[in-house]
Write a protein that binds this ligand. Structure first.
Ligand SMILES: [Zn+2]
Length: 236
């Protein structure tokens, strides 16, 4: 079957396609980036925020748009705690499917984000593909770029905390084996990933790596972190 690359010849950035989809910050850096996806279970999001704050680990979150919309206060709390929120589509849709309206999914997430009252959101904008579907589809990169996205955030290490037979120990051991400088680590807001965090953080520091947010990662699209939003909570 022919790959769906119609339009690929028109891609103004096609020489940079390898950079548009990124998995690592500069491998010569000592950086590592913790990222968390989805957020289906609010209690787990809450627990992850508490744990990350306690461990003083910066992290980037990729919540599903409609999940964010269903619990605006929780995601506002995440942003107020310093975690930057990025696009993971409105419905966790398969963006590689011809049945998916890619623009609706991407812009639907932005509409949900706007309801948080946090301003325009991260700049430049990055997208993470649900289930990584569409990785390598240059037409999709083109579409994302046309919607002002600076890149697609992949990962170097998937925690695999969703494997039923695994527990926090297996998650930590797996990450320990796969860890490389500059790695973007993929987690989900699920129990084993969250429980494994203290050990993973120890592993990261023992490897001489420094956890940073995407905004501070070297070699990725240049981010401009948003100033903290005015907090209505402070007034009472
Ligand atoms: Zn996801």
């Amino acid at each position: 079957m022919l790959p769906r690359v119609f339009g690929a010849a028109l891609l103004p950035f096609s020489p940079l396609a390898a950079d548009f989809y990124f998995r690592r910050a500069n491998p010569d850096s000592n950086q590592v980036i913790f990222t968390f996806d989805d957020g289906w279970i609010p209690q787990q999001v809450e627990t992850a925020i508490e744990q990350l704050v306690r461990l003083q680990i910066p992290a980037d979150f990729f919540p599903v748009g409609r999940v964010m919309e269903q619990n605006l206060n929780l995601w506002k709390e995440a942003a107020d705690a310093g975690f930057e929120l990025h696009n993971h589509t409105y419905n966790h849709a398969d963006l590689s499917s011809p049945l998916t309206n890619v623009a609706d999914e991407i812009l639907g997430w932005e509409t949900a984000y706007a309801q948080l009252g946090l301003g325009a959101g991260p700049n430049p904008k990055v997208l993470r593909l649900p289930q990584n579907r569409g990785e390598g589809d240059l037409w999709l990169y083109d579409r994302a770029a046309s919607l002002d996205y600076a890149g697609i955030a992949g990962w170097a290490v998937d925690s695999r905390g969703y494997i039923p037979s695994w527990g926090p120990t297996e998650v930590q051991q797996h990450i320990s084996r796969q860890l490389v400088p500059g790695a973007i680590l993929l987690f989900h807001f699920i129990a084993d990933d969250i429980k494994a965090l203290p050990e993973i953080v120890d592993t990261v520091y023992q490897a001489g790596l420094e956890p940073v947010s995407l905004a501070r990662a070297v070699g990725l699209p240049t981010f401009t972190p948003q100033p903290p939003p005015p907090s209505p909570h402070l007034q009472g």
